[in-house]
Design a protein around this ligand. Sequence first.
Ligand SMILES: Cc1ncc(COP(=O)(O)O)c(C=O)c1O
Length: 396
Amino acid sequence: MNYSKKIESLATSMTLALSTKAKNLIQEGIPVLDLTAGEPDFDTPEYIRMAGIEAINKGLTRYTPANGTLELRTEICKKLLNFNKLEYSPNDIIVSTGAKQSLLNALMAICNPGDEVLIPTPFWVSYPEMTKIASGVPITVETSYDNDFKVTVSDLDKYLTNKSKVLIINNPSNPTGAVYSKNELMDIANWALKNKIFIISDEIYERLNFVSQHHSIASFNKQIKNITITIGGFSKSYAMTGWRLGYCAANGDLVKLMNKIQSHATSCANSIAQYAGYIALKEEQNEIEDMITQFKNRSNLVYNLINDSGTLDMIKPQGAFYGFINIKYFIGKKYNDLEIKNASDLANILLDKFQVAILPGIAFGNDNYIRISYATDEDTIRKALERLIDLSKKVN
Ligand SMILES: Cc1ncc(COP(=O)(O)O)c(C=O)c1O
């Protein structure tokens, strides 16, 4: 008897494993300062919670169409038009159980065994493993710190083969917080068009852009739109992580394929969450912009603390709620007898000796960095970063 070799070869989500370790310590009464969270620290806004309750009481508790309710897909189309400058009809949308399911649907609909999926590094942890589930081959594309880790056409050219099938772009980025400009996206889109590469554009953090208007790759022209799958969701912008609601917009052929997968895998996204998502979009209230402003303020706090430290540095986070901190200062040094060879060693020392939980960059493909999340209160951010900086003064 043996199990699936493909699934056995997958890595478990390191981000979830470490944040679970931190949460367990907190439950044991150890006051860990936790900067691992991949979700807003705010509760789902009240008007959305009330919509969920209303959905239950109204009896919206049955299967919906596999691609989601028409009312939610219609509202998503309005949002895509107004915010993303994208014209789609409800039939071009599939509502899923989180953006995660949309991403997996997209990769499964595109990849044949052995097809290469280009994934700029540092990347969100799940892209390589999702690619493997879809029988594709993850190809991690090196990017440069000097360009805020944003992938360029010359980076991509180095990895292009006749098996290259799809490129994943995450804008704003988890883990770096970088935001692509319109011109940068346009260059990438034209490169993909020229080389007949699909684009999966993960725009889950689109509302958390502190520096500019958000640009969607698919909005540039019809041909680019035709090769692009745009991924969106409610988890980050509406503080709805546990409701599990996301969506994608794509061309009709791809939508048909993704719909087949979804109808067999999950039937449909949760009906109550779908109604709450519909109200979240239709009746958006000020709380959402208030949350975004708080994230922006915290991003400045993190950047100033780190860059004034004299030992550490980072690119300025421009979106999402993460900071990717360069820890080369620590590498090769020791804290007491403990050697710091990489970010994973640093993460262990920080958690075990200083009760600060962060994620080592290895989870995102670069172990000379750590990722901190500032989806937590300012006091926790300040204390945790002070301990990190304090540690940098104690190593030698
Ligand atoms: C870059 C990125 N894409 C997608 C997701 C998945 O979001 P959802 O909760 O909608 O599945 C996350 C969640 O952490 C993310 O960081």
